[in-house]
Design a protein around this ligand. Sequence first.
Ligand code: COA
Length: 330
Amino acid sequence: MTEPATNVYIAGVGAYTPERVVTNEDFEKTLDTSDEWITQRTGIKERHYVADGQVTSDMAFEASKKALKAASLEPADIDLIVVATATPDMVFPSTACLTQAKLGAADAVCFDIVAGCTGFLYALVTASQFVKQGTARNALVIGAEILTRFTDMTDRTSCVLFGDGAGAVVLKPCGPERGIIRSLLGADGTLARLLDMPAGGSKMPPSHETVDQRLHVITMQGRKVYVNAVKAMGDSIVKVIEDAGFQGSDLDILFPHQANIRIIQSVAERAGLPMEKVFVNIQKYGNTSAASIPIALAEAVEAGRVDEGMLVGMVAFGAGFTWGAALIRW
Ligand code: COA
């Protein structure tokens, strides 16, 4: 336990995406679909898939190493690891513990957060409370997902959407001049059934029947998810901006969860932001769920699109349903 912090900032960012690239044309060979449909309806051109044997904590480990390097820290400096994932290595132990072991971050408290595609923002906000309170000084927040192991590759309405990857950030205490200004999280569990993986938990443990009935894959009512995502992401980003006393035009860059280019465009319009201020990489990675915002952040930082002093927004929506937004002075 150290002194409480005035604020919390992102001191380093890193990402990892697996080598194998699957294009829309690859799907044309196995499904009744087309590059034109996928591009027009989603904005996705390709996505990355893990190799056989590669697990979620492997990607979390790779992304974390880069984030630690960027923050000039060693694994031994980390006292908290939070992994946002809906696709953990196993039901238990947590992927955070498995990542800790790979990193050799012996002094870290470790746990996972499940909030679907909003997972990174839930983890960021949670970990920042530890740093603010002084319970942790250097926190590693990771979003890591292997959605493609839980995707029905014969279902054209969902399988073209998802990709694998991981992103990580290091949180550190700071003064009032920078850091997380405002955040908002929300959930509505009454709509859980619209986006879920029915079997594999205590409700429906794995059995021959659950496998035969293909219940260990993502099931989604895409249209309803879409409508809810547009509304919740739009409401959330507008609210954090207004609550912090800003206007949409004050934002320098927005990192929306990368699920569908049309959702992103609607959210930008709602927030009053031109698309030039919205970071988009969905064409390369598809929807990587909890990994999408930190992967985007890492790319943007590397490309020099995020500078100290900038007002940075993040917004996401996912299974649960869950949603969230954050405003950061970089
Ligand atoms: N290729 C070709 N046609 C496809 C297709 C594909 N990959 N997927 C669906 N279609 C067809 C449908 O079968 C339907 O055909 P029909 O009219 O003959 O029945 C038609 O396209 C329209 O389907 P619809 O579901 O209304 O399309 P849409 O414009 O809503 O786009 C999604 C579908 C899934 C891309 C869109 O709803 C979406 O992005 N939803 C959110 C998903 C999401 O983000 N999930 C994760 C949560 S963060």
